[in-house]
Design a protein around this ligand. Structure first.
Ligand SMILES: O=C(O)C(=O)C[C@]1(C(=O)O)C=C[C@@H](O)C=C1
Length: 364
């Protein structure tokens, strides 16, 4: 909206106040419509109501990003709408999500990035426990780390998918920034340094250079590290900003990761996969015959149906020496015609074939 200089500071602020009133009225109206949606869903589906609709949420966020006129950045605008939808969904029914605790981990940050701040996050001690909580229905969803751009795959998460009936219902990518935090004001007083083993590895170069004499101790999570450092003089932790806030530590050095693009990918797990959103991925677990050209033959159906593969990871199957399974991500939803055809073909050829889930490509 155009303003002229005669408006002055008070004049412009009055306009902002009027816009805020209007925004509040519209957000409240939107929330009432979400309540209507909840009534309609309950009427038509009885007990099996899916209040959370990931494919609808990404459609809303993609439309907002496309329509963004500026000057706010599209990511920023999408984040605002992420929060509005999160609050609207909580009015329909509050969602809960299990994450790898304690409070303040990157997995919790990933859960909030994906579902918005109205989700109730529940800290679990291990990745196994997250799977169990979702399998038993105690939690609606779980969020688990799966790979880091510097350190590679979180093999334990992949292994759990081999035996779990759960589906992947979403993915979250999070830029990971590590900070050095302590009660000590002087870094030379730091004798012991706590962090998760992956975080220590992601900051190896910086730590070798600036804290070569501190003993590095790997613990279960970065938040655990911050909690320990908070109670132990002469110690420090490498963790995220949220952990510093929660455990009252001072940040002595920011963004100490060796790779400034350091990113971790998380998966959202639930009991059902997401309906098609138009831009989806499908994750598969496959094995191939133990013979020359076995993997090549296995992947042929993907190429034949024009399906792009975005990731392939191999893990020992634990059924015998030299027996491997492959975790494969492809572009497209299992209900897309070309994907369905390729999967039928794969299922016939692969000794082990499991669809881990189809889910929307991350928007935020
Ligand atoms: O469209 C729906 O199904 C809704 O429940 C509304 C709404 C929204 O606020 O836009 C809220 C929650 C769902 O996860 C998706 C969208």
């Amino acid at each position: 909206m155009a303003t002229d200089s005669s408006d002055g500071l008070d004049g412009v602020r009055n306009r902002i106040d009027a816009i805020d009133q209007e925004l509040l009225r519209l957000i409240s109206e939107r929330a009432r419509y979400a309540q209507q949606v909840a009534h309609l869903k309950t009427e038509s589906n009885g007990q099996q109501v899916q209040f959370y609709r990931p494919e609808r949420e990404v459609a809303v966020l993609r439309r907002i990003k496309d329509a963004n006129p500026g000057p706010l950045d599209s990511e920023e605008v999408a984040r605002l709408f992420r929060e509005i939808m999160s609050a609207c969904l909580a009015l329909e029914r509050p969602l809960n999500a299990a994450f790898l605790g304690p409070e303040g981990t990157f997995t919790q940050a990933a859960a909030i990035k994906h579902f918005g701040h109205s989700v109730v996050t529940r800290a679990m001690a291990t990745i196994d426990e997250i799977f169990r909580e979702v399998e038993s229905g105690a939690c609606d969803f779980g969020v688990v780390p799966v790979e880091n751009s510097t350190e590679g795959v979180v093999s334990h998460t992949l292994d759990l998918f081999m035996s779990s009936p759960l589906r992947i219902t979403g993915e979250v990518t999070l830029r990971i920034h590590h900070h050095l935090m302590s009660h000590e004001a002087d870094p030379s007083a730091i004798r012991v340094l706590y962090s998760h083993q992956q975080s220590l590895a992601q900051c190896r170069g910086w730590l070798d250079r600036y804290l070569p004499h501190a003993e590095r101790i790997a613990v279960g999570s970065n938040a655990d590290a911050a909690r320990t450092a908070a109670s132990e003089p002469g110690s420090a932790a490498v963790a995220g900003l949220q952990a510093a806030e929660i455990y009252g530590l001072t940040v002595l050095a920011e963004r100490i990761e060796d790779d400034p693009g350091n990113t971790t990918r998380f998966l959202v797990i639930g009991k059902a996969d997401s309906p098609p959103s138009g831009q989806d991925k499908t994750s598969l677990l496959l094995s191939c015959r133990n013979q020359a050209g076995g993997l090549h033959a296995l992947l042929m159906p993907l190429a034949a149906h024009g399906i792009s593969m975005t990731r392939i990871e191999s893990r020992p199957s634990r059924r015998g020496i030299w027996d491997y399974v492959f975790f494969i991500d492809i572009l497209g939803h299992r209900q897309d015609l070309a994907v369905t055809a390729a999967l039928e073909h794969l299922e016939k050829d692969a000794p082990l074939f499991k669809i881990l889930g189809s889910y929307p490509v991350a928007v935020l």
